[in-house]
Write a new protein. Structure first.
Length: 433
């Protein structure tokens, strides 16, 4: 074998040395890199151990910091809920979009939402009492949220309504057991006809449960005469209630009825003297139940009845001239929940006719449980009858206090002739469903 020259040996040595240097560099780099990865993995694991990062927070299949997610994605594209299915003010997600609920189940929600109901709807007040709101009405902005304070509804789009009747307001009068707080306490309001003593004490004369056997209610002013709701009365020359049996049945079923918040207004009245229309209300004028308009006066009992019952034409509820059951029970309601135990004997305090909901002195207002002027402004026609004189020439009955009489008061009954009409007589409507 031929010996290598010194030059060849030197070349081989240099080659081996270069290879050794290269290997050393590679090994060192690997050691450094592996150490850094190990350090980072350690840091991430240590940080995760002290954080709230858990698998359930990370989408399924995604790994973060060494933690693999288990959170399943929620697909809402097959959801069918609508805003009306969700309680008013609450939110949810449907088809990837956030929606806010519009469903109203309480009086408070109805008041806050100002929603007009498309069908008759039963709401619950603060204490669990029912309020059945007719279609086309909403809860008024200044309504109480408990029936004990006076729940007010307002006409928005009621069937048969006109631009004049829209905005008319009515107050719920509860009957039966009325819850007065969240502790289960309650007060019973009996639908019936009452006599009220001077201190306001309530004497039930005729319960609605026994309306078919109605008792003659004695005239407390004129001995020997009596008042009676027009059922079997022979005093047929004044207009009776549309259907007193139907009113009683539906009121007891619904747990209440609505009474006009104000005396009925003549939407066309120029002033209290009805100037420009022969000093008398025209029964063809649009009727309304709002504050700030003149009450419908110069009106006969028959015209008052027709205007009341023709105010609305919805088949699911009725409007009518107020009957004696509705008037007396409203007074009982007020006396039990307004704090005024003798409201039934309250007298008017102004001396001239005022607009609905207003008074002539500019300060005092006759309002209790959101119901105005049962003791003030004008006397009001009802469907009750009076035995009158021997010839029954005064068969009609009007109720309440009036600006022109200092001897009348909220439970006052007075008999009149059918055709009596002047600026001292108005009327009030009711709704029931």
């Amino acid at each position: 074998m031929k010996k290598l020259s010194k030059k060849q040996k030197l070349i081989i040595f240099i080659a081996i040395l270069l290879i050794a240097v290269i290997l050393a560099i590679v090994i060192t780099t690997n050691i450094i890199n592996n150490g850094q990865v190990a350090s980072e993995r350690y840091s991430a694991t240590t940080a995760n151990a002290n954080s709230n990062l858990v698998a359930g927070y990370i989408k399924e299949g995604i790994t973060i910091g060494g933690i693999t997610g288990t959170l399943e994605s929620l697909n809402t594209f097959d959801a069918t809920a609508t805003p009306e299915d969700i309680i008013w003010g609450k939110t949810g997600y449907v088809k990837g979009e956030k929606i806010t609920g519009t469903k109203v189940v309480t009086v408070a929600q109805g008041k806050a939402s100002q929603k007009a109901f498309e069908e008759n709807t039963t709401l619950i007040d603060d204490y669990g009492n029912r309020v059945k709101v007719p279609a086309g009405f909403k809860i008024a902005e200044d309504s109480a949220t408990s029936v004990t304070g006076g729940v007010v509804i307002e006409d928005v789009t009621a069937k048969g309504a006109t631009e004049y009747t829209k905005g008319s307001q009515f107050v719920w009068v509860p009957v039966g057991d009325v819850k007065t707080d969240n502790l289960g306490n309650s007060t019973n309001i009996t639908l019936g006809r009452y006599l009220f003593e001077e201190d306001g004490k309530e004497n039930l004369i005729q319960s609605a449960d026994d309306y078919a056997n109605e008792t003659n209610l004695p005239d407390q002013i004129t001995s020997g005469y009596y008042y009676q709701e027009l059922l079997n009365s022979t005093n047929s020359n004044n207009v009776k209630a549309y259907d007193i049996a139907d009113f009683i049945l539906k009121t007891k079923s619904a747990g209440g009825y609505f009474i006009g918040r104000y005396e009925m207004g003549d939407a066309m009245a120029i002033n209290s003297a009805k100037e420009g229309i022969e000093n008398q209300s025209n029964p063809s004028n649009p009727v309304t139940c709002k504050s700030g308009v003149y009450p419908y006066t110069f009106i006969s009992q028959g015209d008052a009845a027709n205007l009341s019952r023709n105010m609305y034409s919805d088949d699911t509820y009725k409007s009518d001239l107020i009957n004696s059951y509705a008037w007396d029970t409203a007074l009982v309601f007020i006396q039990n929940f307004s704090g005024d135990k003798s409201y039934s004997r309250k007298k008017a305090f102004q001396n001239t006719l005022a607009k609905c909901g207003e008074t002539t002195d500019g300060n005092n207002k006759d309002v209790s449980c959101n119901i105005y002027d049962m003791a003030s402004n004008t006397i009001e026609w009802t469907t009750e009858t009076h035995s009158g004189k021997e010839d029954y020439s005064y068969p009609c009955t009007d109720r309440g206090g009036a600006f022109f009489r200092d001897d009348s008061y909220s439970c006052y009954r007075y008999n009149d002739a059918v055709g009596d009409c002047d600026k001292t007589i108005s009327f009030r409507a009711i709704l029931y469903l």
